[in-house]
Design a protein around this ligand. Sequence first.
Ligand SMILES: [Zn+2]
Length: 444
Amino acid sequence: MTATYWCEFAWLGGGTVAEGVLIEVDGERIASVEPGVTTPLPDAARLNGITLPGLANTHSHAFQRALRGHTHSDRGDFWTWRQAMYEVASRLDPELYLALARATYGEMALAGITCVGEFHYLHHGPGGTPYSDPNAMGRAMIQAAREAGIRITLLDACYLHGGIGEEVAGAQRRFGDGDAAAWAARVSELEQDEGARLGAAIHSVRAVDPASAALVAEWAAHGEVPLHGHVSEQPAENEASLAAYGSTPTGVLAEAGAVGKRFTAVHCTHLADADFHVLGEAGATCCVCPTTERDLADGVAEAERLRSAGIELALGSDSHAVIDLFEEARAVELDERLVRGKRGLNQATELLRAATQDGHASLGWAEAGRIEVGAIADLVTLRLDGPRLAGTRPATAVEAAVFAATAADVDRVVISGSDVVRDGAHVRLDVPAELDAAIGAAWS
Ligand SMILES: [Zn+2]
């Protein structure tokens, strides 16, 4: 199936947008890109506004969407928040998780997200008893993404310990496979398809001991799939790692063979000096999740320093306190400004690249996140006739998109060559109604 789109403005990777861009799509791929076509062709679908490549949400825990509004009223810290997270995790079964994830991924589609990295650790039934299909929860995530019209990389997370040297307890029993070999045997049963790829995750050095981390890294290397891990989100995590292993989480993971080109370290809000070098030398990616890191009082990643060390950036909405990659992108820069008292540390094009191309690459979709011939046909159009972006001109459109747009400005979304959002609404799902029903059921 072929389709032709005429974009009023499109970001093709440079410092400004191109005007009048004709894009031909053949099946799931972009067949041609022609800028400078000032008059729209009569038979081309017209994309008024700024068209961007698809956005990649590189770090998601879909079930945490049910926590929105439930964790913001009391004092506390990451560790008290975690108790609320365990509470909602304890309430889900495959059927309800499918509904909640489909609605959450529908919200992502509405925000221009074309691919999600689901960092998946809610594997088993209550008490840790496997379902009759031990991958029932993971398959529910893949099905949810398919029904919401977005692509997914299921980053199945190994989770073995409640803390360093501790057994899993309470809700954590649902996360654990007992040992890394059992984790690998289970995950090896999962299938990939055209919209779903697999990856591995080491939950954290709190939850996975070094020998087990090495096994997970080996499994990921053997399959040449992405490997992600939570890294240095909290000072207490670093302190525990140093006390137990004499090394930072990054050091422990590097020693285990986990840190390489396909590795993405999530958060990196409390890296040691040497960690920048280790991650940069390896060509690793860092996924920052600023809206969650703010919400949990984690800290601020040193994004400019990460980039200078040779580490690619990616973005994630993580706990889904909000789902808006424009907010994540600008927060990388704006939060760092507050810490350092300087502006312009991360340019709009660099932030947009993190939200698109580099995020997709982190999830194993190197052929997505760019508007160019041969790339997967993802197009995200922001309207310019709304209050936030009205008055935008081509010379400043990239800055306007990054520093002023919100998910509510997303008007049209094409994913893998198919229309998923039109006129700001999902073509198949009533997303707000599905969110309301699923979240209501989760708390009932
Ligand atoms: Zn996370």
